[in-house]
Design a protein. Sequence first.
Length: 419
Amino acid sequence: MKGVKKLIGPFRQVIPMTGLPLKGAIPDTELAVISEAGILIEDNKIHSIKKFSQLLEDFKQTDTEVILLEGDHVCLPGLVDAHTHICFGGSRANDYALRNSGKTYLEIAKAGGGIWDTVTQTRKATKDKLAKHTVKLAKRHFKNGTTTLEVKSGYGLSVDEELKMLYAIKEANEILPIDLIPTCLAAHMLPKDYPGSVEDYLTEIGTVIFPKLREEGLAHRIDAFIEESAFSAKQIAPYFKRAKDMGFDVTVHADQFSTGGSEVAIQFDALSADHLEASTQKEIELLAKSKVIATALPGASLGLGCNFAPARKILDAGGALAIASDHNPGSAPMGDLLTQAAILGAFEKLSNAEVLAGITFRASAALNLSDRGQLAKGYLADLAVFHTNNYAEILYNQGNLKPCMVWKNGELIFDRHKG
């Protein structure tokens, strides 16, 4: 209801993630900490943040609803996961076992596993089944503090099956209390059963699916996997040009096993270049000079047992670093953003401020969203609340300290006290 106010507090600490740069390193000394704070919400957005006692006094004569917190609580902006693949059918547990037994990602794919195995299982699933599974996985995410979640297609790999996935994501988004941000990843790999060339496939997707995305509001983002096992820079160029000409945002699966993808991202003014485990100093410097957000996916490194993206070098070069879970059935089945971000921080020697920036406002920038990722007047009232008196405990516990409450658009959507 318009004009309704809510006052939540007191918080021992509110970490608003304001006043910080989009690019480059961030020492913890730059992180704002508001002590004994209250958060005033009006019309589902942040109205003000200041001392709880002062807000209580200022609004005691109004119809403001007061949500009084007992004990120690720390509040962060709702987390933003800018890269997932949680719409899929089947499981790749067997692939995981094979990788741990010494088989490589490409060997498993050639033997019928990998992405194509998930494509086969996803094609067998109905739209409703995919939507239900997406909802189930998304609930795990928001119980862990994520209030904005990007979700890709890419396991259909035909016009009809990709659209089925995107309709399923749309259906799930209508059910869930959090925001799903759909992305069309029809250019995940060339389907094994496609009768034509790479160029034919990409042209078909661009001419048939792209207009549908616009007409039915299915997605405003186009992604592609630039890799030796997927698409080359040369092959993807006309595809991305079509997408940009039609007004879509572009993002790229880049530099996962070999380099080249990050340069494509820069060439087409992509919002982000995601993965980057194979990036060298050359790619790091190019990304740092560009507006492209470098998105590290530590879940894929953990799932594949490979090196992490060079997060420290990217930040020190002046780049913008987001961190996302890459939750998918193959290389990143964990899907726990906070745990993965904490582990990345330990291995890459990132400050708490840099890690938290990577899963809040810098991740929002990777999705071209300017209304979330910070706690400030006019921003969405998306809150992740933790039972602690010190924000540093959140990453110190490496994902073991889960949110006790999660708020989306000023509404309480999860309360761990109630199960």
